[in-house]
Write a protein that binds this ligand. Structure first.
Ligand code: GLC
Length: 745
């Protein structure tokens, strides 16, 4: 199924020469045409689109994936336009094309760059069969507010983890240098700070101080730029009063002047014309001027560039010389991708069935993405050979569409294996079918239903069963773009269903499908085990079945903190301590406050009266069927300088008889800085496979650059001072030691 798109690496000099040569032939209109991305009509070529391409007024088409139509669009561009410049065919291939992988937030729970890269490569290979050569991914917005629907598309709350996995996605999509047959252009989005939308409401204002922008929100984008991502996308959001799509400080001062990014920037969908709605400008020509001057190279779907750039240049309102630079960036990417060297640019079309090898990779990704949050009395793994009957309950247990998650434009339910079917097939494979029967009750029409159907039959089935698997959570539409929630509990009457069934005192395993962290405080006492599967994708069924029955051992760790209550948001592990840190000694819950307590008698600390100050589940948390003991943390020295490397080692023993994979995490705290520093920061992680009873030593190395940050003077550097380092299983636990970094000014 490979595309014959192998082309030799084109040197930068050759690209420059070819761009310059082509540019010299282009009219101003044709140059402006390259800055325009037009929307496809999904399966045919309307006259306006044909004429735009013929006249050179389209550099890209978005949302056309009918292969015959894509091939026709490219043919028109190559054969019927004056200069024959091929099109970029853009599509949101966010976590798979036909083979759908876990949502990115789920993939992030694997903490595996390799897994994420493979998923992106599969997605690129599949998308390209239908002629897509540009994806609007990875989405690397730091997300610390689970109310925000787009947390589902993100790689979580931490800059270090997001940077590692975001660059792996870039590599998966683009390959090393676009020469591999699967390579398509990637897009780092949404630059910048989109995830900080007020109250978690999509598109809302963000107010992010510059140090927070540089030390948190920009980190994954700088990594993507350094990794050679082909394109950036500007965010919808307003940042400190200037929307990203009109923000010259972001798009030029930072991205070009500081980072030397050499790809091109595309706006988000009509985000240039939305500058008028934001109230940054009055007229569409003003919007074009703001975006052009800011450094947005290509306009997605709105037409302010097409309609107004010529006039703005003619009357000197924008610098016409800049046009060549913008067009050159786009042409350079097209040359680098080999689009000019693949004469027919025709795609073969996606086959009837997905590649089994891709499904296998997606299953492994789903296995690594699931996080075991609770396993009381080791109720998991289940043993089919010791059960007569298992009852599966819930509207998401047998729904091949909902398990795919948000942003699956091209995914198809028919390729899915549902959780119920995964369980049935696994149980049948482990026993003679008459030994263990699997009963299923949907119980609710949708995840939002307020009515439990056939409750008596369900209770009867549960009464006859050895265990119950509940599959609940959120339908896919409840997360993703513009789908934000003010409450984070299980929707509909799910809580009632859980409590009703838990009263029957049977072991209950709860599998949660969701696009975000949910508040589980009310759920936890009523179930024995919780496996968080996010939206696990096409192969969610077999993956979850293998985890539930111990064929696979959970290894996932949370890429985002789980709040106890919505009122704790934002809550994330790397929050600053404040001047009055809370701890178990100065914390008091409301119900423990003495009547008529004096105003200052409770102590003063950064906490709430009505919830504990910690998250329900911390960043980096995840259980396993194995158990791991950390010991013997040792440092090569307790003082080191910029010329030296601090080497750290820790011993980890699998104290169980079950083989497993542990994701070992390294955090630091910089105790004193020219600006206040987070209580903890992830600076390293490693996955190690440990057989039952096995011990391994895990080594890390820290250099002063690993401790650098943007401080009071806004320069990026490490500062002398005291540090604490932790190495452990998550952000809340671990072995610690202190060290000093000595920088001789
Ligand atoms: C959407 C999203 C962006 C996506 C684009 C094209 O509104 O914000 O992430 O890539 O439009 O679909």
């Amino acid at each position: 199924m490979d595309i014959n798109n192998n082309h030799k690496v084109i040197s930068d000099n050759e690209i420059d020469e070819r761009v310059t040569r082509l540019l010299s032939k282009m009219t101003q209109e044709e140059k402006i045409g390259q800055l325009c991305q037009l929307s496809g009509a999904e399966g045919w070529v309307p006259d306006h689109l044909r004429h735009a391409i013929q006249s050179g007024m389209a550099g890209s088409v978005i949302n056309e994936v009918d292969v015959n139509t894509v091939n026709e669009l490219q043919r028109i561009a190559l054969e019927e336009s004056r200069l024959g410049i091929p099109l970029l065919i853009g599509r949101d291939v966010i976590h798979g094309y036909k083979t759908i992988f876990p949502i990115p937030l789920g993939q992030a729970a694997s903490w595996s760059a390799d897994t994420v890269e493979k998923g992106a490569m599969v997605a690129a290979r599949e998308a390209k069969l239908n002629g897509v050569n540009w994806t609007f991914a990875p989405m690397i917005d730091i997300s610390r507010d689970p109310r925000w629907g787009r947390i589902a598309e993100s790689l979580g709350e931490d800059p270090f983890l997001c940077a590692q996995l975001g660059t792996a996605m870039v590599k998966g999509f683009q390959g090393d240098d676009f020469t591999q047959d699967h390579a398509i252009a990637a897009c780092a989005k949404h630059f910048c700070g989109y995830g900080a939308a007020e109250s978690g409401r999509d598109y809302c204002t963000t107010n992010i101080p510059e140090n927070e922008l540089r030390n948190v929100y920009m980190v994954p984008f700088k990594a993507a730029s350094d990794a050679g991502v082909a394109t950036f996308m500007s965010s919808f959001s307003d940042i400190d009063g200037i929307p990203a799509s009109g923000n010259q400080w972001l798009m030029t001062d930072i991205l070009r002047d500081e980072w030397q990014f050499d790809g091109f920037v595309v706006s988000d969908w009509e985000s240039i014309s939305q500058l008028m709605i934001h109230g940054l400008c009055e007229h569409p020509w003003d919007a074009a001027k703001e975006a052009y001057n800011a450094g947005i190279d290509m306009e997605m779907v709105s037409t302010t560039y097409r309609d107004h750039l010529s006039g703005l240049m003619a009357n000197g309102e924008v610098d016409g010389d800049k046009l060549d630079t913008m067009v050159s960036r786009i042409l350079a990417i097209k040359f680098k991708m080999g689009l000019f060297d693949n004469p027919n640019n025709t795609a073969p079309g996606f086959p009837e069935h997905v590649d089994p090898a891709h499904l296998s990779i997606a299953k492994q990704a789903a296995i690594e993405s699931c996080v075991l949050l609770q396993n009381n009395h080791s109720v998991l793994p289940l043993n089919a050979r010791q059960m007569q009957k298992l009852t599966v309950v819930g509207p998401l247990a047998d729904d091949g569409y909902e398990q795919l998650g948000t942003w699956i434009f091209d995914g198809e339910e028919r390729h899915s294996t549902t959780i119920l079917r995964g369980i049935e097939e696994l149980v049948a494979s482990q026993t003679d079918s008459q030994d263990c029967t699997v009963a299923y009750h949907r119980a609710m029409q949708t995840s939002r239903s307020d009515q439990i159907d056939q409750l008596e039959q369900i209770q009867q089935s549960v009464a006859e069963s050895d265990a119950v698997v509940l599959v609940l959570g959120e339908e896919s539409i409840l997360s993703g773009e513009a789908h934000c929630r003010a409450e984070l509990n299980l929707p509909g009457c799910q809580q009632q269903l859980i409590e009703t069934l838990s009263s029957q005192n049977k072991p209950i395993v709860l599998v949660i499908l969701a696009g975000r962290p949910l508040t589980l405080e009310a759920v936890i006492p009523h179930v024995d085990a919780i496996l968080y599967a996010w939206h696990p994708g096409t192969m969610g069924g077999p993956a979850i079945a293998e985890l539930l029955f111990g064929v696979a051992n959970p290894s996932g760790k949370l890429p985002v903190s789980f709040p106890r209550k919505v009122g704790q948001i934002p809550i994330y592990y790397s929050q600053k301590e404040s001047g009055k840190p809370v701890n178990d000694h100065n914390f008091m819950m409301m119900q423990d406050i003495p009547v008529r307590a004096a105003q200052t008698s409770l102590g003063m600390a950064a906490s709430h009266l009505d919830t504990h100050f910690t998250p329900q589940f911390p960043f980096g948390f995840g259980l396993s069927y194995a158990s791991y003991h950390y010991s013997n943390l040792r440092l090569s020295q307790h003082q080191f300088t910029v010329e030296e490397t601090l080497n750290l080692s820790v011993d980890i023993t699998n104290t169980s008889d079950v083989d497993g994979v542990e994701i070992v995490q390294l955090y630091i705290r910089d105790h004193v800085g020219s600006i206040t520093r987070p209580a903890k920061e992830l600076k390293g992680f490693k996955s190690i496979a440990l057989k039952g009873g096995e011990q391994q030593t895990v080594n890390f190395a820290l250099r002063s650059d690993d401790l650098a940050f943007y401080g009071r003077d806004r320069t990026f550097k490490a500062e002398t001072g005291r540090f604490t380092v932790w190495i452990g299983p998550n952000s809340a636990d671990g072995l610690s030691a202190d060290f000093e970094l000595i920088i001789n000014e």
